[in-house]
Design a protein around this ligand. Structure first.
Ligand code: ZN
Length: 95
């Protein structure tokens, strides 16, 4: 089965990182690709958008589901939010 090994964010062209799915979720699989680039325009735009639409200080990062190829926003409330769930590259050695 083909695996996505180098996934880039369509908004900033930076490599995306694997992010472990939370336990309680409707998403499939163990991880998703998430762009954790703090300079990503998608993420930077999100702060303003959330403020003007919902008057909250929050944003979202670009997320891609590896199995379905479905993408969407992953809400974050701070710059470091959710970063602890990033998977180390070594952890994914494909035996
Ligand atoms: Zn990005």
């Amino acid at each position: 089965m083909a695996r996505i090994t180098d996934t880039r964010c369509p908004h900033c062209q930076k490599p995306m990182q694997r992010w472990a799915n939370p336990q309680v979720t409707s998403w499939n699989g163990e991880f998703q690709w998430v762009c954790f680039n703090d300079e990503c325009p998608y993420y930077l735009r999100g702060w303003e958008w959330m403020k003007s639409h919902f008057n909250v200080t929050a944003s979202y990062r670009y997320r891609l589901e590896p199995q379905s190829g479905e993408s969407g926003p992953l809400p974050v409330w701070s710059r470091d939010a959710l970063k602890s769930n990033i998977l180390a590259e070594e952890a994914d050695a494909d035996a």
